[in-house]
Design a binder for this molecule. Sequence first.
Ligand code: NAP
Length: 322
Amino acid sequence: MVWRLITYTELYTPVPPYKSTYAIGVVEDESGRRAVVRIDRRYFGRLRTGMEGEVVEEWTVFGTLKKFVPREEVRVTRVALVTGGARGIGSAIALELARAGFSIAVADLAYDQDAEKTLEAVKSLGVEATFVAMDVSSAESVERGVSEVLSKFGRIDVLVNNAGITRDAYLQRMRPEDWDAVVRVNLTGAFHCSKAVSQHMVRAGGGVIVNISSIVGLVGNIGQANYAATKSGLVGFTYTLAKELAPYGIRVVAIAPGFVKTRMALAVPRSILRDYLKRSPVSRLVEPEEVARLVRHVVENEAINGIVIPIDLGLGISSPKA
Ligand code: NAP
């Protein structure tokens, strides 16, 4: 039976008992019979009066609900924004999400050879890709970059807060500017990006935010007080955003890699790396592609939310505090 949407309203305030946002509509069939229906938030932004669809009964823990499912569901290409996406882990994530069919926005400080290489590799997979110059530590730069992505692609479904830096030193030698720089990029950067992108995700009916933390944020690391503090900070940030944004269909997850084979890890003094490998049950570094595949899994598996997932070759079992 064909039903036509007569009127609807999108509810942006989570309504008990569902802890969720959705639309309420009135539909009418060919004989003029009317029904009040619920409409999933994934149709937000695409609903219009007069559109046709089916009314289905769905079992939920709160009882059976009448739901309207629009017939002309437009096929959309989802979009992922990866900060620090020009090289290293960010580049591998951009490529893996491209393989999953996402259009990709690579955000990084400047368009250099690394950015060009990543963009070409993404495009060669047959998806759209764009570069946005963005300094995540600046709210203004992030807002400009996010608007640029929205005007190019019209949506952002996945945000990966990956941009990160190190300024390693023992506490007594750590300069306040080294502390501040790392906090501004690694932690405040994730705040600026999540704030700008989640506004849009709420209107669009959902999304996923993945924060790239580090095993160092869970167990600490000599010479990295600033870095470890930001990566621990991302853990609390993740838990809190997951609670705040769940009603809007936005999932927030942190991934905590051990040392990954990128320029960042290779800049760590050899003695520290050797010591780390001695303590690791598996004596190698994590590959950027392995982190990227985990990000893709988190994005695709809708049951994963509000959790920190280590990917560290089993470092956690080597000692209580590795
Ligand atoms: P990487 O090779 O140094 O790449 C970092 C990227 O972030 C670079 O493209 C860099 O741009 C960009 N970036 C730096 N500051 C930025 C800013 N203010 N705004 C926008 N982009 C900025 O590092 P990676 O190893 O791939 O690390 C990626 C993430 O994983 C980081 O958050 C890191 O903390 C985390 N992580 C890394 C490891 C590891 O062992 N490698 C382990 C655990 C977690 P430029 O090239 O212009 O500097």
